[in-house]
Ligand binder design. Structure first.
Ligand code: APR
Length: 232
């Protein structure tokens, strides 16, 4: 076993599934119920802003009643105790990692609980609705949009992510289908720079072949087991 000091963890919708937040691509997932082109692109927002805002208002409300599960809690414990570098990159836009206490966290696809003002570029914590076009707390313009990275937009904090991937000894992917780039390619980047790679998922992801090791099961079982192992 190589000496592990720096860890990068990538999480996806599967880690929040046991908290009752639906995934995107599983049977009955969000993208079976809605077309990406209708609700998750800048073009959709330009074409029908009410439809898009209503969709995100509903999801923003839903995540606030969900609770972190054992996988979120154990990653937060690892974050608090791991002496080396550790970066949790989440594709999730819920706040369950931080509610469990995770600190070294990057929301690469944005956050439900944040509103972004298209007039002044400010970002503010947001818990209520946007459909009613509330004024921006900073500039007063009714120009707020969900602070979500839509398809066709650039994910956040790419430089920090790239830097973390280049120097990690272990890359762990949890609960993601590996269907959406750039996150789907992080395993290959980490591996190229010499990291050991591990996948924890309900079923083999699309990029399963790129991992040194894959463990199949629920995040709520697999993640606490793995955290215990790595801290032992
Ligand atoms: N434990 C572990 N894995 C699970 C669980 C669970 N309890 N439940 C489901 N999974 C797995 C599924 O098998 C699937 O491989 O989680 C994965 C979820 O995949 P997706 O629904 O595609 O979610 P994700 O990979 O996060 O999607 C990436 O796509 O639409 C965009 O921006 C959205 O961030 C999202 C991105």
């Amino acid at each position: 076993m190589v000496d592990i000091r720096n860890i990068v963890i990538l999480t996806g919708a599967g880690i929040s599934a046991e908290s009752g937040i639906g995934t995107f691509r599983d049977a009955g997932g969000l993208w079976e119920q809605h077309r990406v082109e209708d609700v998750a692109t800048p073009e959709a927002f330009a074409r029908n802003p009410d439809l898009v805002l209503r969709f995100y208002d509903m999801r923003r409300e839903n995540i606030q009643s969900a609770q972190p599960n054992a996988a979120h809690w154990s990653l937060a414990h690892l974050d608090a105790t791991w002496p080396g570098e550790l970066t949790i990159i989440t594709q999730n836009v819920d706040d369950l990692h931080e509610r469990a206490g995770a600190r070294r966290l990057i929301h690469m696809h944005g956050e439900h609980l944040s509103a972004w003002c298209m007039a002044c570029d400010a970002r503010n914590e947001w818990r209520s609705t946007l459909l009613d076009r509330p004024p921006c707390p900073d500039c007063g313009q009714p120009a707020l949009r969900p602070d979500i990275v839509w398809f066709g937009e650039m994910p956040y904090r790419m430089d920090e992510i790239e830097a973390a991937l280049r120097c990690c000894d272990l890359f762990v992917s949890i609960g993601t289908s590996g269907a959406v780039y750039p996150a789907a390619g992080y395993v290959q980047t980490a591996r190229y720079y010499g990291a050991r790679t591990l996948e924890l998922n309900l079923e083999p992801s699309q990029g399963s072949v790129f991992f040194h090791e894959s463990r199949m099961g629920k995040a709520g079982d697999l993640v606490p087991q793995w955290v215990e192992e790595i801290l032992a």
